[in-house]
Write a protein that binds this ligand. Structure first.
Ligand code: PLP
Length: 496
């Protein structure tokens, strides 16, 4: 590392801000030279602060460098492999961004009359149709703003449909391999979440399902493939049992990249599912958003979809239908995160039917490639066929005192983002790896080599893990402290 680079890395941003005084400014405006009566009263007097807090004063160069430096603090998908399992951190084609920035999309106002926004409505209608085509479902809403929001919307639809049948019921069955948002969504909709234990294959245990299916069960909420990256091989039998019990099936479709274009949930008896456009359909989603969690439903749930529903009149004009008495209402402001919808449609149109199928095939192939090359050095708790992600654990490294967290930190030193760690909870010391379809064989090989090297180090020199990472801007963080007492705003240093 050159001294120059070292200097950039060692700049203390906080210090920079605290010292930033002295009449520096990032903009220069000529003084007002027109007579504008009342200019001094543009703001009501009670809103004008007498006592102005100290804000950092920086010139344009400093501000620019500050934010540019900050942008290099993080690892990001445009830098390298980001193998978080369950999160689908794939490379997002830049053409998506270009489309989302077309002024007639980016600047369309949600309150414009629908006569003026036929293009935007057509885009949403087209996206709905494509999502229905790949899922095999009957209707869609694009409103939900995230996967968890889609789950809540889906559960509201289930409650509405069961209420219409005469009894909303009381419980929701959820496998222990579920994403944490699943039970939360069920509870938010007034249900008690009941856990189903997975069997030794990591799947739903049919005997346990039969036993727990009673007249209280509103629905089974399952993720397929589940968070072990395992496909529920008994899905047809499962949906038969659930429907026989008068219950419905919710499928968490966040992992749909594993089989889209190959099999359709609608044909597996799924009643409602959400999709994560910001995972499967390529919108950048590091840092918490924006996302989109459209919900697709079968025939029975159609009347309850959120309003407005996009509706095509006989003459081809698109309009928004609010007149739906059984609807659960609105679940988001306006029509959802429109920019994400533009990106998703761009992605799907660019791929086409064959391309979408190829995404799933490559996602699964890549995960199996990693599994094949790493299963001798990292322990695999569940041996079922791997779909889009594979869950190893630290059992082989435990005896040397090296844990999953140590491995994750060491990976950072080698320039890779770590996988998802300690999830799913049913695997002790889990490392959940999802390579996605967008990585090359060379990148996967580099990751495999690094993981093998780390396994060798664990055996030969476990001490090297204690302080990892050393080579990065920040060493090992106090993760508990960061979560419990985060400092989220800049605070002026106290004068001593
Ligand atoms: C990511 C994910 C969710 C939640 O999606 P958000 O957009 O983060 O709310 C739900 N279920 C599964 C399986 C996921 O991977």
């Amino acid at each position: 590392m050159t001294n120059r680079v070292r200097r950039h890395i060692s700049i203390d941003e906080k210090l920079l801000f605290d010292q930033a005084t002295g009449n520096r400014s990032s903009f220069e405006l000529a003084p007002l030279d027109v007579d504008y009566p009342g200019a001094d009263r543009l703001l009501p007097r009670e809103l004008v602060r007498e006592d102005v807090p100290h804000f950092p004063e920086l010139n344009e160069v400093e501000v620019n460098r500050h934010f540019t430096r900050l942008s290099t603090y993080n690892y990001f998908i445009d830098l390298g492999l980001y193998p978080l399992g369950s999160c689908t951190m794939k490379y997002n084609p830049k053409i998506n961004e270009k489309m989302a920035r077309i002024p007639s999309f980016a600047e369309a106002h949600p309150l414009q009359l629908h006569e003026n926004t036929q293009g935007c409505l057509r885009l949403m209608k087209h996206l709905e149709e494509m999502l229905l085509a790949v899922t095999g479902m009957a209707g869609a809403t694009l409103q939900p703003l995230a996967g968890a929001h889609g789950e809540m919307t889906g559960m509201m639809l289930i409650r509405a449909a069961l209420e219409a049948r005469g009894n909303p019921r009381r419980t929701v069955l959820i496998p222990d391999s579920a994403h944490g948002t699943n039970p939360a969504s069920a509870v938010l909709c007034g249900y008690d979440a009941i856990t189903l234990k997975s069997n030794s294959k990591g799947c739903i245990d049919l005997a346990e399902l039969r036993e727990k299916l009673d007249e209280n069960v509103a629905c089974l909420m399952l993720t397929n493939p589940n968070t072990l990256g395992v496909f529920e091989e008994n899905i047809l039998e499962i949906s038969r049992l659930v429907h026989e019990n008068g219950s419905l099936i919710y499928m968490d479709g966040a992992n749909f990249n594993a089989f889209m274009g190959i099999a359709r949930p609608g044909e597996m008896g799924i009643d409602v599912m959400h999709l994560n456009l910001h995972k499967t359909f390529s919108t950048p989603h590091g840092g918490g958003g924006p996302g989109a969690g459209p919900v697709v439903v079968g025939e029975e749930l159609l009347p309850f979809l959120p309003v407005p529903v996009i509706y095509e009149k006989a003459d081809g004009e698109l309009t928004l239908d609010y007149d739906r008495p059984a609807s659960i209402g609105k679940v988001a402001g306006f029509y959802g995160n429109f920019g994400v919808l533009v990106r998703a449609l761009t992605y799907m149109m660019r791929l086409g039917r064959d391309g979408i199928k190829a995404v799933a095939e490559h996602a699964v192939l890549n995960a199996n490639y990693l599994r094949h090359h790493l299963q001798d050095v990292y322990h695999l708790e569940y041996g079922q066929p791997t779909m889009h992600e594979v869950v190893f654990d630290d059992r082989y490294q435990e005896e040397f005192g090296v844990s999953t967290m140590d491995i994750a930190k060491r990976l950072l030193e080698y320039g890779f983002h770590p996988p998802t760690v300690y999830f799913p909870l049913i695997v002790h010391g889990a490392m959940m790896i999802e390579p996605t379809e967008t990585e090359t064989k060379e990148e996967l090989d580099a990751f495999i080599e690094t993981m093998k090297q780390i396994a060798a180090e664990a055996r030969a020199n476990p001490a090297v893990f204690r302080q990892a990472p050393q080579a990065l801007r920040t060493a090992r963080l106090d993760e508990t402290g960061a979560a419990r007492t985060p400092i989220l705003t800049w605070q002026q240093a106290r004068e001593s």
